[in-house]
Design a protein around this ligand. Structure first.
Ligand code: FAD
Length: 471
């Protein structure tokens, strides 16, 4: 048996973060009709942070949160746990799409991160946060040139970044594929255990702030009820509320505008068993440095250490879009993708040839055509949403939640006047063009990666339409 297949043999098909030892019992589903002031649909970061921020602004708000399965079962409990300050999927995407607001977005992102961390401290929620910054590694000369240009720009703008040439980057983390790297160590970017964040927020909301949470409760339809109320038909009962916030991200929405704004893209990850000191020594990682890493290619990998020195490894060519916005449970696991990930892991770290994988899992990323959040509001300000964070939602979802609650009238501020909030993204094309388009683009991105990042005609065309993927 090949080494990578052997290493995967005993991996449990479950997110590493869904540790049965620390996962709370699910709360009871809705079993009768209810009324409340605000109904939040979706128990991921957006929904949980929305409830938290409403309570901060209006402590007596009567809130119900429903979740179709269990809190943390969506992207929030399945992600890589990279906590980033950026609100719009990285600096390049921000400057490309919102040049006039890039500076304001950076300030808002810094404030969002500060408030997020303060909230965790206030409520004593331990998410195993490590302030690592982010290390971008080049795998070839072209990429090293690109990253070095970014580095020079960052230095000119006074940012706290460090350049590593080939020898220096391998002293930090030793992969024979690493060519150079830039460590962005300013700010508060780091890594967390995303499951602990979901369950920590849930515990505080229910036990300290009086939010009613019903798990195993699916929203079936939502509509206005007269001029001042909304009616949500759910499994288990009807909920009448003044306002509704949809925090359903990539999942099929009852609202057409959300369905056109985002597509569900499946991403897969694997995690190793805890590495021994001796294994860590072989790759110089985990002792002097604990970098959170992404390689600088279109189909990038993201990899990091956990508190107990496992490596989680995701991305690469492993993302997948299934026809007609496929989100069926059968896509939750993709053996061929796990195998590909394992193979690529050993190419990156051949010194770890005795390492075994303990977990393998998939999750759905909600991708918008602007590759960052899409907020929206309807029914005279009684229904709002924030979806589509693409691969940068751990920190940004708190800000997405803030926009949505402000749209619902909870202490609105001037952020609602920003183009970032008001400008509508291009809708995704209907099927079958959507499927062909995504497929074609993925292949073009892979080809660009093989050609040192050189973008072909199709990618240039998308760039001109403002649909090109940049981080
Ligand atoms: C594999 C993977 C890796 C990622 N890595 C990172 C990373 O390292 N850093 C980063 O910043 N971002 C990352 N992301 C993105 C990030 O996880 C998401 O942007 C973020 O978690 C979105 O949170 P959310 O609450 O909006 O959505 P979700 O967490 O998906 O929550 C939506 C919830 O709504 C529920 N729901 C849907 N429909 C209904 C309904 N009808 N009734 C009731 N409930 C419903 C779902 O069950 C789900 O729990 C990653 C995503 C994936 C999938």
């Amino acid at each position: 048996m090949n080494k990578h297949l052997e290493a995967l043999k005993d991996a449990v098909a479950r997110p590493l973060w869904h540790d049965p030892e620390i996962m709370p019992e699910p709360l009871a589903p809705l079993a009768a009709d209810e009324t409340c002031e605000l109904l939040i649909v979706g128990g991921g970061f957006t929904g949980l942070w929305a409830a938290m921020q409403v309570k901060e602004r209006q402590p007596d708000a009567d809130i119900i949160l429903i979740e179709q399965t269990f809190v943390g079962d969506g992207a929030s409990g399945r992600c890589g746990g990279f906590l980033s300050t950026s609100l719009a999927h990285g600096q390049t995407n921000t400057e490309h799409r919102f040049p006039d607001e890039a500076e304001r977005l950076a300030e808002l992102g810094t404030r969002n991160m500060r408030e997020l961390l303060e909230t965790l401290e206030r409520y004593n929620i331990d998410v195993r946060y490590e302030k690592t910054g982010e290390l971008f590694v080049a795998l070839d000369t072209e990429s090293a040139g690109r990253i070095h240009a970014d580095y020079q720009q960052a230095i000119a703008e006074g940012e706290d970044v460090v350049w590593f040439d080939q020898q220096a980057v391998r002293e930090q983390v030793n992969s024979p594929l690493f060519f150079a790297g830039m460590w962005d160590r300013g700010g508060q970017d780091g890594v967390i255990d995303p499951g602990r964040l979901c369950w920590g927020l849930k515990e505080v909301l229910v036990n300290q702030l009086g939010v009613r949470i019903f798990e195993g409760t699916k929203l079936l339809a939502v509509k206005p009820l007269g001029k001042d109320a909304m009616q949500a038909n759910c499994e288990g009962g009807v909920i009448r509320s003044d306002k509704v916030l949809l925090a359903t991200n990539a999942f099929t929405s009852t609202i057409g505008r959300i369905r056109r704004s985002v597509i569900p893209v499946w991403d897969y990850q694997i995690a190793t068993e805890p590495l021994t000191d001796e294994q860590l020594d072989r790759i110089n990682w985990g002792k002097t440095s604990r970098h959170a890493i992404a390689d600088d290619v279109n189909m990038f990998h993201y990899f990091r250490l956990t508190r107990d020195n496992r490596i989680t490894w995701g991305g690469g060519g492993a993302v997948r879009y299934y026809f007609n916005n496929g989100i069926d449970k059968k896509f939750m696991h993709a053996p061929d993708r796990y195998e590909q990930l394992a193979k690529e892991f050993f190419e990156m770290f051949p010194q770890l040839d005795d390492v075994k994988f303990s977990h393998k899992w998939g999750g759905i990323i909600a991708t918008s055509t602007r590759f960052c959040m899409v907020p929206g509001v309807a029914h005279d300000g009684r229904l709002a949403w924030s979806v589509g964070y693409t691969g940068h939602g751990v920190g940004a979802s708190r800000f997405g939640a803030r926009i949505a609650i402000e749209m619902l009238g909870y202490a609105p501020t001037d952020i609602l006047d920003m183009q970032f909030v008001s400008r509508k993204p291009l809708p995704w094309a209907p099927e079958p063009f959507r499927w062909f388009g995504v497929r074609f683009t993925q292949n073009a991105l892979k080809k660009a990666d093989r050609n040192g990042g050189k973008r072909g005609l199709w990618l240039k065309f998308l760039d001109r339409l403002g649909l090109g993927f940049t981080c």
